[in-house]
Design a binder for this molecule. Structure first.
Ligand code: GTP
Ligand code: MG
Length: 136
């Protein structure tokens, strides 16, 4: 069965949305295989976001992800990579469709990085790589 890495980012934890986000994932029918709460260090985040190094939002993104605890989830189900990204909605919370996690629960706060509550792996290769990083 396919697996993906989901992260509830520091804004989701700080805003007490962990339960609401988990509720949506479980209501959709995906299976929680493993879950942990941690404070990510720079080394982990640099590896996780290697593809974005050099982009203008990279430094604010890493600082934001370091700013508080994150909930990391190993999630399983047929086509869960595509399915979770559909549940999450578009990267930009302003245009993310209502009905999605980002569309319903996130907004633009005028900050240097988009605080969009969740991360989901974007391909089977990313999922494998990211699950190894966050769950060893
Ligand atoms: P993730 O699931 O978090 O990886 O989101 P994504 O796949 O929808 O976006 P992507 O991997 O392209 O970017 C990672 C994160 O960087 C996003 O979730 C945003 O927090 C931030 N980000 C991406 N693009 C932009 C941008 O154009 N401007 C700003 N300010 N932040 C961005
Ligand atoms: Mg991404």
């Amino acid at each position: 069965v396919e697996e993906t890495l989901v992260l509830i980012k520091p804004d989701g934890v700080a805003r007490n949305l962990t339960g609401e986000i988990l509720r949506r994932i479980e209501a959709k029918g995906y299976s929680l295989v493993d879950l942990r709460m941690l404070q990510a260090d720079r080394d982990l985040l640099a590896q996780h976001y290697a593809e974005h190094e050099g982009k203008p939002f990279y430094e604010p993104l890493v600082e934001f992800m370091e700013s508080g605890p994150i909930v990391a989830i190993r999630l399983a189900g047929n086509r869960v990579i595509e399915g979770f990204r559909s549940l999450a909605g578009a990267t930009d919370p302003t245009t993310a469709l209502p009905g999605t996690i980002r569309g319903d629960l996130a907004r633009d706060w005028g900050l240097k990085v988009q605080q969009n509550l969740v991360h989901g792996s974007d391909s089977p290769e990313s999922a494998q790589r990211e699950l190894a990083l966050w769950f060893g």
